[in-house]
Design a protein around this ligand. Structure first.
Ligand SMILES: [Zn+2]
Length: 154
């Protein structure tokens, strides 16, 4: 996967920082996870069973009639249950991971630097999740949906 190097400037603390980005428009079902330290991992929703399982749990809890961006919610849940990067930061699968200094997400329009971002892109790992029994997975998803304000607290 080819990554491009983008320059960001935080609107809150003015820190300039760089993050990778990939054009995945021809890779349907593939999502790049980026942490605010610039670590990357990829989620292939067709080959990784975590995607179908989380999708099923989200659908069970929220029902079919809800008017929300289901795909966004599923990716936010997967981000939350996946293993963190070596700095303890989550891999964000939707939108920007935030400023490495202050964590705020408001950034001036990112600018492509013209450079490639050199990094291997391993699959997004979720060892902790894999070791949980199903009930714990289900309860965790339910609690995350409540945190997002999408579900009554358990
Ligand atoms: Zn900042």
């Amino acid at each position: 996967m080819r990554l491009q190097r983008y320059r960001h400037r935080c609107r809150s603390c003015q820190t300039e920082y760089f993050l990778p980005w990939a054009d995945l428009s021809f890779f349907y079902g593939t999502f790049l996870g980026v942490t605010r330290r610039g670590e990357v991992a990829v989620l292939d929703s067709f080959s990784d069973p975590v995607f179908d399982e989380v999708s099923m749990l989200v659908s069970n809890y929220l029902g079919p009639q809800e008017t929300y961006e289901r795909g966004v919610v599923v990716r936010q849940v997967i981000s939350a249950i996946s293993d963190k990067d070596p700095h303890g930061e989550p891999f964000v699968l939707d939108g920007l991971p935030g400023c490495p200094e202050c964590g705020k997400k408001r950034t001036a329009a990112p600018k492509f630097t013209g450079e490639e971002w050199m990094a291997d892109v391993p699959p997004l790992s979720h060892e902790q999740w894999d070791n949980w029994p199903f009930l714990q997975r289900a309860q965790t998803v339910k609690a995350l949906l409540a945190e997002m304000g999408l579900k009554e607290p358990p």
